[in-house]
Design a protein around this ligand. Structure first.
Ligand code: XMP
Length: 486
């Protein structure tokens, strides 16, 4: 983009947010929306097949949301308002969800009881256990069908299927095609993998094979497991927390504090890099372009941009501090050589396209995914009888209380009642699964790109940055009414 256009764009966006603009169409060339690629990046090394990230909020992203989003091609960031062990177990749950080969299947000894087997299966939410001897050799397999009605005191050895009925394959010789053929031929749901000495080396399940075919866009790491991120703070246990999350194979750490552009934020990043020189790190939240330059010197891999646009956020109202989100996204992008994630303020699908066209590599969504099956929390009825779920800002009194409780603070209730909140808790209508919502988002985003005359998100962004004056239309009050009042 020429500097004259850069200046024009900066001035056009100053003080503005998503609802202030429309994007003008170009000459359409796509034959079908299905041809359009939405590939993007969350950070330097974390690729996305769809540019959607679920927010690290305790009423938005636990394991279930992270799994759903990654299966559709995006990314979930597990929130940090829970103990290290609980956060790690959520990362592990995501990592176990999809595999071609499960490297460490759950196992039990033949001399243990059915009661122990049932407990192990329930705790780990699996339908089968590998039975091994003391030296790790496979001696059988036990599935929940084998033990449906038997006494708790019976031994695993009396119910397991063992060779020659038990079919296995050699880890060194297996491929997806061979596994499918073998499992189809013998009607198997589980195929244990062994080495030449019959040591247990892995497991293939029919569910994993079906998932691979059902979710072609699933966002996976090099081991074939779903990608997941986790948030950390800037004080307290964040280094120990990161070390444990890395052991659980987390793909990206998001250092997430209300105002990362601060001494506290910078000190945390410096300390993080000293301890974890090569771990993928995204830093937020930031809205000052000059701060981006400071963090770039610490090898940060991405930024989370936004101050106050969030739907459960009262920072702007209570402190009068903030930067309108369209301005923040563009000005931070101009200062950054790594991807930025536009965090907060998405209330309709069109704003997602706008944030991306203005330069964001991805969009973080909180409130729009609240009240879904995949968001943590229970469905209940409010006083009018509506089915609802609770949604809250992470700087609300209620979330603060939960954080203090996870940290085992002395009197969480007393401390949280004395803070000045910058977020609210509210009930949102129960909305069913997030999956159809993501399908709508993807479809609408592909339409934006097609209307603009591009074949991919990347191309649409480049076209916009080449000729911003042809695409960006600042709206009058009447045009806003015409566009948004429905
Ligand atoms: P949406 O609009 O998608 O925004 O709900 C999600 C983002 O909002 C931020 N967030 C907060 N901001 N006080 C704030 O000032 C809060 O209590 C709060 N909780 C969440 C956060 O960046 C999130 O991703």
């Amino acid at each position: 983009m020429r500097s004259i256009e850069r200046d024009w764009l900066r001035r056009a966006l100053w003080g503005c947010t998503f609802d202030d603009f429309l994007i003008a169409p170009g000459w359409g060339i796509a034959k079908s929306r299905k041809e359009i690629s939405l590939a993007s990046k969350f950070s330097h090394n974390i690729r996305l097949k769809i540019p959607i990230v679920s927010a690290n909020m305790d009423t938005i992203t636990g394991a279930r949301m992270a799994i759903a989003i990654a299966k559709e091609g995006g990314l979930g960031i597990i929130h940090r308002y829970l103990s290290i062990a609980d956060q790690v177990s959520k990362v592990e749950e995501v990592k176990r969800e999809e595999n071609f080969i499960i490297e460490k299947p759950y196992s039990i000894f033949a001399h243990q009881t059915i009661n122990e087997a049932r407990k192990l299966m329930a705790k780990n939410k699996v339908g089968g256990l590998m039975v091994v001897n003391d030296s790790g050799k496979l001696v059988g397999i036990l599935t929940n069908r084998d033990i449906r009605y038997c006494a708790e005191t019976e031994l695993v050895s009396s119910r397991m299927t063992s060779p020659p009925e038990l079919l296995t394959a050699k880890l060194a010789e297996i491929s997806l095609e061979k596994a499918k053929a073998l499992m189809d031929q013998h009607c198997l749901e589980k195929l244990p993998l062994v080495d030449a000495d019959f040591n247990l080396k892995g497991l293939i399940t029919s569910k994993d094979i079906e998932n691979m075919e059902k979710y072609p866009l699933a966002n996976k790491d090099t081991n074939g497991q779903l990608i997941v991120g986790a948030a950390i703070g800037a004080t307290g246990d964040y280094i120990e927390r990161t070390a444990e999350l890395i052991k659980a194979n987390v793909d990206v750490i998001v250092l997430d504090i209300a105002n990362a552009q601060s001494d506290v934020g910078l000190a945390a990043v410096v300390n993080f890099r000293k301890n974890f020189p090569s771990m993928e790190l995204v830093v937020g939240n930031i809205v000052i372009p000059e701060a981006i330059a400071v963090f770039m010197r610490q090898d940060v891999n991405g930024f989370k941009v936004g101050l106050g646009p969030g739907s459960a956020c009262t920072t702007r109202k209570n402190t009068n501090i903030g930067v309108p989100q369209a301005q923040a996204v563009y000005t931070c992008l101009m200062a950054s050589s790594v991807p930025i994630c536009a965090d907060g303020g998405i209330k309709r699908n069109g704003s997602i396209a706008e944030a991306l066209i203005l330069g964001a590599g991805s969009v973080m969504i909180g409130g729009m995914f609240a009240g879904t099956d995949e968001s943590p929390g229970l469905v209940f009825r409010d006083s009018t009888g509506r089915k609802v779920k609770s949604f809250r800002g992470m700087a609300s009194r209620e979330a603060m209380y939960e954080k203090l409780r996870a940290e085992e603070a002395d009197d969480p209730y007393e401390i949280s009642s004395r803070i000045s909140p910058e977020g609210i808790e509210k009930n949102v209508e129960y909305r069913g699964s997030v999956v159809p919502m993501i399908a709508d988002i993807i479809g609408n985003l592909a339409s934006t790109i097609s209307y603009m005359g591009a074949m991919s998100l990347q191309e649409a962004k480049e076209m916009f940055m080449e000729r911003p004056t042809s695409f960006l239309i600042k709206l009058s009050e009447a045009a806003k009414r015409e566009s948004w009042e429905r």
